[in-house]
Ligand binder design. Sequence first.
Ligand code: ADP
Ligand code: ASP
Ligand code: MG
Length: 414
Amino acid sequence: MNQAKNVASTTDSDIVVMKFGGSSVADNNKLKNVASRVIDHYDAGKKVVVVVSAQGDTTDDLLEKAAQVNPNPSKREMDVLLSTGEQISMSLLAMTLENMGKNAVSITGWQAGIKTEDKYSNARIISIDVSRIMQELNNNKIVIVAGFQGINSIGDITTLGRGGSDTTAVALACELKAEFCEIYTDVDGVYTTDPRIVPNAKKLTDISYDEMLELASLGANVLHNRSVELAMKYNLPIKVLSSFERISGTIVKEMNQVEKLVVRGVARDNNTSRISVIGVPDEPGEAFQIFDTLAKANINVDLIIQSVGQNHSKNVSFTVAKSDRAEAIKLLEPMVEKLGALKVNYNDDVSKVSIVGAGMVANCGVAAAAFKALSDASINIKMIATSEIKISVLVDEKDGEGAVKALHNAFIEE
Ligand code: ADP
Ligand code: ASP
Ligand code: MG
């Protein structure tokens, strides 16, 4: 994202950006609750920008509607359709506020000046021209912006990827030089793992950008990973708060802990598929051909393992997002002959489970303890990947929940 054209050069502590997720705006009573949270800031003299997601399961319902008329719709038309969900919420919230006697205006992504890359369905924000928002704020309006959407260089509507309203909010907070961004959701903060899987997960008072970025990228959907990436770049604190309870939440911020915790959180990602290319000749250049083909199609590859070559052949396995699996297979199957491989297969019923902690780098034995916890729970590991601050394992989807519980129990509840 480029620098703003049109805002104050220092932090503007008068501007507050609040984002409300789908379950927080799901019905009329919830909209009233959101409106009252917004009015609290407005009546305290703040300039308030509100970002909203689509109501409840609207985005999933729209995906389902599309599938009924075309099993393989173009990404452009999908973005036109999905962007309507947020437009319903924004107008209903503006009307609710009007009915409560407040001046509010709702605007779409393009009206809010949000420009994105040309690609559809998962576009990044390139720049934001906040002049329209500033004009409305200066007229004492509460400005409600549709989350998850922008406009590309040819004037088409684009969307930012599932969960992308968080990124709209953080990007606006950065451009408007707000002091922080508030993300209101259906949990009261970031926990050591998804509290819906592990009820005794612990709420974190604060968490570093690095750790939150890993957790979000590895499946903790409480924050969209790009929102954390942006907040880190601009050093903007994110407050994760409950829409329903007025209690303190979690602050995501720059942290220089003296003693870094070995494991801060556990994440699970079910949106992953394993692909294997079997019987690849044990020769240079084969992996390059496979991954170059996927990269050119913008398919992101995650965990990779290559078996040791035996009898001049090896297997190359990797994971991709479930939504990319069909395209990856379509690209790789015709290459089997050219590669001199035997076949390509895949498995969608897998889960990636990860432990994250900035202190992992300085502690040996973390991997061994993780594998022991999984072995004690009789969970078979299919793939492993590590970095300085995380260890990820791929397991059968049916074992995903058990793996989260076993790792949480071993590292956090000890
Ligand atoms: P919203 O619609 O408000 O954007 P999301 O469903 O995208 O809400 O994100 C909130 C959900 O994230 C929670 O209901 C919870 O189940 C899930 N979640 C996953 N990991 C975590 C975690 N570590 N801490 C808190 N919530 C988590
Ligand atoms: N409505 C979109 C989704 O369901 C964006 C969001 O909620 O952040 O993914
Ligand atoms: Mg979300």
